[in-house]
Design a protein around this ligand. Structure first.
Ligand SMILES: C[S@@+](CC[C@H](N)C(=O)[O-])C[C@H]1O[C@@H](n2cnc3c(N)ncnc32)[C@H](O)[C@@H]1O
Length: 226
């Protein structure tokens, strides 16, 4: 998979992309993640990428010119056309199901906003879909895209070792994951459930499934309705 990220703050991605699973996945060539600075496509000597909103009001709006030029340049960097995604609080809400769909794409192009957001002609002209990571407003799309790529990359084949398999993860089957325990067997008077020490894998699987249902009922009953 190739992921392009168009941003005004590429430096924000250094630690996220340089650690742990995202770092390993790039080293193993499971994913290529390429950052492009939208400001490099500004046309004036101040490298201006935003301007006041028509009609008045607070803040600044991202101008269409630099974002369009940047997106058109990036699109040509690969023969794979790619799916163009704008990060915006007005988009469709990101879910594990959406992550699964996106993880099957060969190329994703994310465009992150800043200030008061994008000139509307960016969304229309680029034919971009919109994704939000939740009903709240961030200062910029960078953290949102980090959340999304972190979720997608762990679903790519070979990105995780077997021991980290995402198949039982919360939301993957519409349920929360069962409770997990590790050593010690007793911690501050709290014991690991006997069944997990039994070595009976069939019974353990049944217990885990039952626990997943009970936890979902208790903590996220809305998931069961869906
Ligand atoms: C301050 S926000 C702009 C919000 C915009 N004025 C509005 O009310 O819809 C600046 C940028 O942060 C990003 N952003 C903010 N909240 C987000 C969210 N919940 N999901 C995805 N991106 C978000 C978007 O890229 C957005 O263009």
């Amino acid at each position: 998979m190739r992921i392009d990220i168009l941003t005004l703050f590429p430096e924000m991605f250094e630690s996220t992309l340089g650690c742990s699973i995202l770092k390993r996945a790039q080293e193993k060539a499971i994913v290529d993640i390429i950052l492009t600075n939208i400001r490099d496509f500004a046309t004036d000597s101040y490298r201006k990428v935003d301007d006041k909103p028509y009609g008045g009001g607070p803040g600044m709006v991202m101008m269409p010119g630099p974002v369009f030029d940047c997106a058109e340049h990036v699109r040509k960097l690969s023969s794979e056309k790619g799916r163009v995604i704008l990060l915006t609080p007005q988009g469709q809400k990101f879910t594990q199901e959406k992550a699964g769909q996106l993880s099957k794409e060969k190329r994703l192009i994310f465009i992150t906003g800043k200030y008061e957001g994008f000139d509307e002609r960016i969304r229309i002209g680029l034919g971009a879909e919109q994704i939000s990571i939740g009903d709240y407003v961030l200062n910029g799309g960078e953290l949102a895209v980090m959340v999304i790529i972190d979720t997608i990359v762990r679903l790519l084949p070979d990105a995780l070792g077997d021991e980290d398999s995402p198949k039982d993860d919360s939301f993957s089957e519409g349920l929360l994951e069962y409770p997990q325990y590790t050593r010690p067997e007793v911690f501050r008077g709290m014991k690991v459930p006997e069944i997990l020490l039994s070595g009976d894998h069939k019974k353990i699987a049944q217990w885990r499934h039952q626990q997943a249902i009970e936890r979902t009922k208790k903590f996220r009953p809305d998931l069961l309705k869906e």
